[in-house]
Ligand binder design. Structure first.
Ligand code: DAH
Length: 329
């Protein structure tokens, strides 16, 4: 096994151009995540003979410690620079007891960190959207009954009661934007807020989703299953019982909803997914003889409720200090 000599140098150099926390974590997982050289090298140690194993393990441990330190120091510097420049990319440090990172942000970052480790690029999307990106390009024809599953907030325009603009009902609009903009193959993840006219103890008019999309040659439903199960096991840090239940979304075929078995709560739905419908790919000028894709959409509040054991979704947005203070680091 060859240990590259320039990892520290490369990491230091790349860290210089990092501008946001998401970029920072993306880079960190390239160097220290599951798929990074250092971490995957550890699992290859067992194939070596004992003397070699001991000396290489020692080098690897030293390299890992050095890399960790480089990233810790860079994180500190970024935070300090941020405070000096008053940029909004990082929360300030906490000497004035200003509060803590919101649990929804924490959970989003946890998901982002996992998928960044698989080299998904982070794509940001519009909350104000046109019918085309929210519905039409996603294979919802006009008058399609599935449009009614989305209780859409339409934005009224000056000239008429019907409007060209709406608040997106899901993050799936980013599938279209990213496919029209990027070259294939494409692996993208897009977190953000979505809006539906709905409100009770498990639904809110504004909530958070993370969309994922992978388009490549030879992508199969097996790949989708593999990624989702591995993600959930990583997220909850335990072996999970996961069930793919056939479902329907206009933009995927076949489609599934994914349930996890959660303690004494039984099966709980956690996300929607499927193979990207050929109409959607075709509409984005993608050669469907060559490329296929899978997509998924995760509800972050739902994930946060399970992760933290919160029973009422409204807690997340009630600005109740007793609730929020529980999430201080
Ligand atoms: N957009 C769907 C919703 O909000 C969720 C979803 C389902 C997203 C399947 C996907 C998918 O990408 O493949 O209900």
């Amino acid at each position: 096994m060859q240990i590259p000599q320039d990892l520290i140098e490369t990491a230091t150099l790349k860290l210089k151009s990092v501008k946001s926390e998401a970029e920072f974590f993306q880079l960190r997982s390239q160097f220290l995540g599951k798929k990074s050289f250092v971490i995957s090298a550890f699992s290859e140690l067992k194939t070596l003979d004992i003397n070699l194993k001991v000396s290489i393990a020692k080098d690897l441990n030293a390299l890992k410690a050095d890399l960790t330190k480089v990233f810790e120091e860079a994180y500190q510097t970024l935070n300090t620079n941020n405070q000096q420049n008053q940029l909004d990319v990082f929360l300030p440090e906490d000497p004035y007891d200003l509060g803590s990172e919101h649990p929804i942000t924490k959970i989003s970052n946890k998901v982002i960190e996992y998928f960044s480790g698989l080299n998904y690029q982070i794509f940001s999307g519009n909350e104000i959207e046109t019918d085309f990106y929210n519905f039409e390009a996603l294979n919802f024809p006009e008058n399609h009954p599935a449009r009614q599953m989305h209780d859409t907030f339409y934005l009224s325009s000056h000239s008429s009661t019907s409007s060209d603009f709406l608040l997106r009902t899901h993050t799936s609009n980013t599938q279209i934007h990213s496919m029209l903009k990027e070259d294939m193959p494409l692996y993208m993840l897009s977190p953000g807020r979505v809006y539906r006219c709905d409100s009770d103890n498990t639904h809110l008019p504004m909530f958070t989703q993370i969309e994922g999309l992978a388009v490549d040659e030879d992508i199969s439903f097996g790949d989708l299953k593999g990624v989702i199960v591995d993600f959930l096991e990583n997220f909850f840090n335990e072996k999970m019982e996961v069930r793919f239940r056939p479902s329907y979304f206009p933009f995927t075929e076949p489609s599934a909803e994914v349930d996890i078995k959660f303690g004494n709560k039984g099966w709980l739905e956690i996300l929607g997914c499927g193979m990207v419908h050929p109409n959607v790919l075709r509409g984005c000028n993608i050669n469907i003889k060559k490329f296929r894709g899978f997509a998924f959409g995760i509800g972050i509040e739902r994930l946060a409720m399970l992760y933290y054991g919160v029973n009422d979704i409204r807690e997340f947005y009630s600005s109740n200090f007793d609730f929020l203070n529980q999430f201080k680091p």
